[in-house]
Each structure stands twice: as C-alpha cells, then as structure tokens.
Design a binder for this molecule. Structure first.
Ligand SMILES: *[C@@H]1O[C@H](CO)[C@@H](O)[C@H](O)[C@H]1NC(C)=O
Ligand SMILES: *[C@@H]1O[C@H](CO)[C@@H](O)[C@H](O)[C@H]1NC(C)=O
Ligand SMILES: *[C@@H]1O[C@H](CO)[C@@H](O)[C@H](O)[C@H]1NC(C)=O
Ligand SMILES: *[C@@H]1O[C@H](CO)[C@@H](O)[C@H](O)[C@H]1NC(C)=O
Ligand SMILES: *[C@@H]1O[C@H](CO)[C@@H](O)[C@H](O)[C@H]1NC(C)=O
Ligand SMILES: *[C@@H]1O[C@H](CO)[C@@H](O)[C@H](O)[C@H]1NC(C)=O
Length: 578
C-alpha cells in the first residue's frame, strides 16, 4: 500500500480536523560579526489519544499520570551577553538559564496531592532526559506567585517550579531530546543538530513546552545557540591549532603603516571584513532530507537568514531561488527530496540588523567576605530613555542561606551616576514607588528554600541596586558534595518585565552564582586515623615482642658447636610441620 495515500486517508478521517500538525524551522541571525544566533523551532500538535499520532507516547503518559496541564523544561549553559546581543530570542519566553529548570501546572484536589504528583513527574522526566531532575525535592521546590504565568492561576491548579543550577548539559540530554521529534533528528533542520557543534557554542539553550488545550496536545521544542563563527570554522579547517603561514594572515589595511609586501602586517581583528561559509561548515553536514519529513509537515520547513540583504549574498544548493527575499531576511523552503546547503557570503560581515535592546540589564553577585555572612547585590539598569520600567524578580535561595529580612535595601542612581534615593523594602503591603517585596517565604532547614519575589520600578535611564544579607549555615558532614571547596551553585534569578497585558512579557535570567560555605577540613579524620594507627602499631609491636620472647642468661647456655646448633634448630622446625 502506498503510504502517502494511507496518510491522506488518516487525515481525512481524523475527528476535529488534523490528527497531527508538525512544523519546523531554522533561523540564523548574525548578532555581531563573529557571534551568530541559530534558532531551531519544532511545533507538534496532536489530538489526545489518537491512534495515528506522531506525539511521543512517553510524554503523553507523563502528563496523564501526573495530571499536569502544562509542563516546561529548560536546559541551558553559557553566558548571553545582553549588552551586545540585546534581548534573548522570542522575548526570552523559551530560553533557559544556567542548568536545568522544570515547572509545571498540576491539577489536584489538594496541595499535598499536587506535590506528590510533582515529585513523580520530576522523577519520570529525570529518567527520560538523563538529567538529575530526581534531585528536585521539597528543598528545591517553590510555587511562583507572580512569574512564569502564575498570575492567571486557577484554584484547582498548582504551579510548581524547581531548578538545578549545577547540572551540566551535554549530549546525553540532547539525544533523548531529538528522539521526541517525528524524524528523530535524522531529516530536516534537526539533522544539523550534533552534540559536538552545539555544545561548543558560547551559549546554548534547549526547551520543551508541553500543554493540553481543547483536547489537543501541543509540544514545542526550541534550541538556541550562539556560535562563534571564526572558532567554529577554525576547528573544522585546522583541528590542531598551529600558527598560520604568513601568506594566510589577513592584514588590517586600514592602518597607514600596513605594507604586507614588505612584511609589515597588523593582523585583522576577527569579526570584521569578509566571510564565506556554508551550512556544512557551521554544522558539519548539510540539511538531510528523507521521505520521513515530507509526509508529516503541514507547512514546508523553512530556513531564514536575518541579515541586511544589501550587504550579504546567499546562494542555495541547486540554484534554488528564495521563497522570501526582503531587505531584512532571506528565506528558503527546503526541497523535500534532496539534501540542502546554503552558502553565505559578505564583504562586510559587521553589517548586521539592529537588535531589540533588553528593556533592563540585570546582574547579580555575591558580596561580603568571611565564612559566616554574605550578601546579594543586584544591579538593574534601565536602557529605555523615556519611560519607567516595572519588573518582578523571582529568587530562590537554598535553605543554608538564611536571609535577614530587615536587610533588604535599595539605592537608586540617576543616569549621571548620582545617588537619588535609598530606602528599605517592606514586607507588608505598603507600596513604595521603587521597591516592594511582593512575596517572601523564609527557608526551613532541609525542608524548603527561601522564596523572594520583588516588584521594582526604575525611572528611565536610571540604575537600581538592591541588596540583602544572609547568614551561612553549617551543613552535616555527609551533606557536602565531594567537591565541597568548589562552592554551591545558586539558581539564577528570573526577571519578568511588566507590560500592558496585550503584549507578552520579556523574561530573562541572571547568571547563577557560586557560594562558598564554611567547609570542614575533610582530611582531619584521615590524619587522626593514620596517627592513632601508627601509635597503636608501635605500642602493640613492642609489647607483643616483650611478652612472647623468653629471656635466658648467656652463661646458662650449654656450649655447642655450630653444626649441632643448626641441627637442633632444623629438627625443631620439622617437628613443627609434622
Ligand atoms: C510554534 O508555535 C509558536 C506559538 O504558537 C509560534 O510562535 C511559532 O512560530 C511556531 N513555530 C513554527 C516552526 O511553526
Ligand atoms: C487526576 O485528577 C483526577 C480528578 O481530579 C483524580 O481523580 C485523579 O486521582 C488524579 N490522578 C493523579 C495521578 O493524581
Ligand atoms: C479552572 O480549571 C478548570 C480545569 O482545567 C477549568 O474547567 C475552569 O474553567 C478553570 N477556571 C478558570 C476561571 O479559568
Ligand atoms: C566561497 O567559498 C567557496 C568554496 O570555498 C568558493 O567556491 C566561492 O567562490 C567563495 N565565494 C566567494 C564570493 O568568495
Ligand atoms: C551595506 O550596503 C549599503 C548599500 O549597498 C551600503 O550603503 C552600506 O555602506 C553597506 N554597509 C556596510 C557596513 O558596508
Ligand atoms: C496589596 O496591594 C495591592 C496593590 O498594590 C492591592 O491590590 C491589594 O488589595 C493589597 N492587599 C492587601 C491585603 O492589602
């Protein structure tokens, strides 16, 4: 039987429209001359419990067994340079912070029931994605009040959030991630996703968003990575780094003393000037196509380059002409029956599209010294020139950081750097113009983390510094990880910029922090054991020797010849063994 015909029949018979809808696309956006953002996006929606569904059954099972109506999973690593690269893609809606993060909305009759479902959900995802999500216990779980969509909550639904900032993200997470795709990463734009190329990028983020709506399951998977183009090309062309021959060094001809013929050459700074790359240079292979994809996509997969098309030229394999060509993008429809590659060339690669600036720039760092106390210092800078910006921050601190509530203070600086106002937060509902503590839940040792949500407003062009102090607790001996002196990772803070309800909120995460705790001297027990063992061995040896030896006076010994003595000794030994 012909498969396409069968498939058409399935589509026609499916109740409520399409049984399956699947779309994928790839966007490539040069952020600067050397850093390129690549975004992979895969959408799949399927009728619940349909026989001919593409939807991964294992995920459907996880949703059903935990009564979750929404589930979001994030894996991220690296540093997003908001100063130079602007806001994270898609307003940050499906972008990860450092480590692994999971949140879900769970339907249950009571909070304890919902919590039990949440732990079982984390456990089942842990096995599926080879991540330590099973370490999300009550000491890592909070219920956000004003971020991550918590504002449109429903009484029978409980929102839970947990994160593991020290979790490394690697190929073992990517493989199960690609297995969820209908073609398992073997065809279409996902065939470019290879662990070696993805995880050597400057910054990368993988996300899974799962929801049930109107009897349909929706799965969105997004992968973002910022490639350092020169380094990626260098690895491919010249895997063992060695100095370039003189002829190959590109000289900066804008310097007036530059004279390459006479050996006077100032090497050109990477990231400017000419670039000539293909998709296979960047990802190691062209886009592979198979019969798999052409049968399941509802729209043809697309690849788009976001570039000022005056200064860039793009050629596709087989001289394919672009589907869309405008001043700021060039898009191709990937042909269903052959491999596809693109060649991208520019004389002036520093000419890139203007970026959406992040409405605020945020950074958070640990301050203080010593082993007993510390502080968290956050700096928020408004980039908008004309209107004040309001945003909420969500911070979760492990129980061993005991926050002093009275120490919450803020200082506001104007655009010239002069101090304008200082004040303290209030835990009650006394709203001040600048800083308000929306929610605060103190930690319970070994049971629950501290949970802090703040509402902050900064006037245009100003800088706000918030500060609080905490005390470090001592852990039990067996609670320290093997690398205790490295420190403890603290989850990134989530910042959501409030807008009028119509547009989506911009959301981003700060970097994670590394806290050093008072650490016992783990070598001490071994020193003690070694010392006491030595003393005991010495004492025992001497005493044992003294007790078992017989002492006789030398005069009492009968005079014997050497041969006789030996014979006597020998007969004694043989009698011992007989
Ligand atoms: C996936 O769905 C989201 C939201 O519905 C949409 O913004 C995005 O463009 C879709 N992606 C693809 C590849 O169709
Ligand atoms: C899911 O919700 C239904 C109805 O609220 C309840 O009967 C059922 O026990 C729940 N299942 C789990 C696994 O909690
Ligand atoms: C709350 O959730 C239930 C179950 O999903 C739904 O039936 C109900 O309409 C929701 N209520 C509101 C006000 O959104
Ligand atoms: C780009 O490189 C390819 C192969 O390396 C070459 O064939 C092509 O002519 C180059 N294009 C330009 C504009 O230099
Ligand atoms: C980009 O192209 C336009 C029009 O061809 C040109 O005027 C402009 O100088 C170019 N930009 C750069 C950075 O070279
Ligand atoms: C807290 O303040 C908000 C506005 O800032 C107000 O809507 C709410 O009613 C207040 N809650 C209480 C308990 O006073």
């Amino acid at each position: 039987m012909k498969l396409p015909a069968l498939y058409a029949l399935v589509l026609a018979l499916a109740p409520g429209g399409l049984a399956n809808a699947y779309d994928e696309r790839l966007d490539i956006t040069p952020l600067t001359g050397e850093h390129w953002l690549v975004s992979f996006d895969f959408n799949l929606s399927s009728a619940v419990s349909h026989h001919h569904q593409l939807f991964p059954r294992v995920l459907e099972g996880v949703l059903a067994s935990s009564n979750a109506s929404e589930l979001h999973l994030r894996f991220g690593q690296g540093y997003w340079d908001a100063d130079n690269w602007g806001l994270t893609p898609n307003n940050g809606a499906n972008v990860a912070g450092t480590g692994v993060e999971l949140w879900a909305r769970i339907a249950a009759d009571s909070y304890p029931d919902a919590e039990a479902s949440w732990f079982s959900l984390a456990n089942s995802l842990s096995g599926m994605f080879c991540a330590s999500l099973n370490f999300i216990d009550s000491a890592h779980t909070t219920s956000p009040k004003s971020v991550l969509g918590a504002f449109d909550t429903n009484h029978s639904l409980y929102l839970f959030h947990g994160s593991l900032p020290s979790e490394p993200v690697c190929t073992e997470n990517l493989t199960p991630y690609l297995k969820l795709l209908p073609c398992k990463g073997a065809a279409g734009v996902s065939s470019l996703l290879d662990g070696h190329h993805l995880f050597e990028s400057q910054w990368q983020s993988m996300s899974i968003d799962l929801s049930v709506e109107d009897g349909r399951l929706h799965l969105r998977q997004s992968i973002y990575a910022v490639l350092h183009v020169d380094r990626t090309l260098e690895r491919r062309i010249n895997p063992v780094p060695e100095p370039e021959p003189y002829e190959a060094v590109k000289c900066d001809s804008s310097r007036d003393y530059s004279n390459p013929q006479n050996g006077i050459c100032y090497p050109r700074i990477p990231g400017i000037g000419e670039i000539n790359v293909t998709l296979s240079d960047l990802f190691g292979s062209p886009i592979k196509n198979g019969a798999c994809l052409s049968k399941i996509t509802s729209k043809s997969p697309q690849i788009c380059l976001h570039i000022p098309s005056d200064n860039w030229s793009v050629t596709a394999s087989d001289e394919l002409s672009p589907a869309i060509k405008s001043v700021d993008q060039i898009c191709y429809v990937i042909p269903p029956d052959s491999d596809f590659d693109l060649s991208i060339h520019s004389e002036t690669r520093e000419s890139v599209l203007p970026k959406t600036p992040s409405p605020i720039l945020a950074s958070r760092h640990l301050v203080g010294w010593g082993q007993e106390r510390g502080g968290f210092h956050s700096v928020y800078k408004s980039t908008s020139g004309d209107s004040p910006v309001s945003f909420v921050t969500y911070e979760v601190l492990p129980w061993f950081m005991r926050v002093y509530l009275h120490s919450f203070t803020y200082t506001l600086f104007d655009s010239a750097g002069a101090e304008v106002a200082t004040g303290s937060f209030s835990a009650s509902n006394v709203s001040s113009d600048i800083a308000q503590l929306l929610y605060y839940k103190p930690a319970q040792p070994r049971v629950s983390p501290s949970h802090i949500e703040m509402l902050l407003t900064i006037p245009a062009g100003s800088k706000l510094v918030t500060m609080y102090q905490f005390e470090k607790s001592l852990l039990y001996y067996n609670e320290y990880p093997p690398d205790a002196n490295r420190g403890f990772d603290i989850s990134p803070a989530i910042v959501e910029v409030l807008t009028d309800s119509s547009s989506p909120r911009a959301v981003f995460r700060t970097t994670s922090s590394l806290l050093s705790l008072p650490t016992p001297d783990f070598s001490m027990p071994y020193n003690v054991i070694i010392l006491t063992s030595t003393v005991i061995a010495l004492a025992f040896g001497t005493i044992f020797n003294l007790v078992t030896r017989t002492f006789v006076y030398a005069e009492d010994l009968p005079k014997q010849s050497l041969a006789k003595k030996l014979r006597a000794k020998l007969s004694k030994i043989t009698s011992m063994f007989s």
